[in-house]
Design a protein around this ligand. Structure first.
Ligand SMILES: [Zn+2]
Length: 288
């Protein structure tokens, strides 16, 4: 169990060692991602994980060069961060508007050792089921056997409609060997997200539901009022991974919120560990 507990959704936006002194990143952090907090030394990220009882975190970049004129971070920068800390699992991102996006993904995953793909249709301004722009990228991810973590649900970007998880049904159907993780449990489309997770073997979701006022209240609302908790416990426990969306939310508060739902130990072990390790190719699939 040494390195087993994983936060599957974090953004290393505040890591001083990465961002300080880089005007382009500082600008993107504030203007594109709307993160106004102060930068913190890398050690703070480690302490966040420690106090939350987690060992590792997936760190996510986003390549929005066409839509926003910026990327935060580049795939090289994510690989550099992973060299600073073996507690990070680096994902890649590519810009689906660029004709070489699929080749770039293949190249970067292979040469930099990145282990997943992050996309955000709303921030990158593409439709998740766009056959010309997005499908070649999915094809590449599927043959690289890396999971796709894709933003869905509420977004602070202007185009919420491109964050509707129902657009992912085409993708789930057309790429049966691509593991798709619907970020933020697709909130407010949580029933649609649950349906896709039930229906397609290759669809998963993370717990980083937006918007949080108090994480535990919101988590309770989503998983006991909008959806019955028994659905998560009995039918979806092998399809959900813990994700915090740090630094928008403190990891420890999200961990507490999920733990306080009252799921069985077995379901919690799947959500905090086994399912993420399965998606990363470190463990066999777990079944309900
Ligand atoms: Zn996020």
């Amino acid at each position: 169990m040494e390195r087993a507990l994983i936060d599957f959704h974090t953004h290393p936006l505040l890591v001083q060692e990465m961002v300080a002194g880089n005007d382009e990143l500082l600008h993107a952090q504030k203007k594109v991602f709307d993160i106004q907090n102060r930068l913190q030394p890398l050690e703070t990220f480690h302490l966040e994980l420690d106090v939350s009882g987690l060992q590792r975190a997936v760190v996510l970049p986003l390549d929005a060069r066409t839509a926003k004129g910026s990327q935060i971070f580049s795939n090289e920068q994510i690989a550099e961060l992973c060299r600073l800390s073996d507690r990070f699992v680096g994902f890649a991102s590519v810009d689906p508007h660029r004709p070489d996006a699929a080749e770039q993904l293949e190249r970067d995953v292979t040469r930099l050792g990145l282990r997943g793909l992050k996309l955000s249709p709303s921030l990158q301004e593409f439709a998740a089921n766009d056959r010309d722009k997005a499908y070649p990228v999915y094809e590449a991810a599927q043959s690289l056997r890396i999971p796709l973590l894709i933003h869905a649900g509420m977004t602070w970007a202007p185009r919420s409609k491109s964050a509707n998880p129902m657009d992912l049904e085409d993708v789930a159907f057309d790429f049966p060997d691509l593991k798709i993780v619907i970020a933020h449990f697709g909130w407010p489309w949580v029933q649609e997200t649950a349906m896709l997770c039930l229906k397609y073997d290759n669809v998963f979701a993370d717990t980083s539901c937006l918007y949080h006022d108090a994480p535990w209240e919101f988590m309770r609302h989503v998983f006991t009022e909008r959806l019955p908790l028994t659905l998560l416990e009995r039918s979806l426990r092998h399809k959900v991974v813990f994700g915090s969306d740090y630094p928008r939310v403190e990891i420890k508060n999200m961990v507490r919120a999920v733990k306080e739902l009252g799921l069985s130990d077995q379901a919690q072990e799947m959500i905090f560990s086994k399912n993420a390790r399965h998606l990363l190719g470190e463990a066999e699939a777990t079944y309900k």
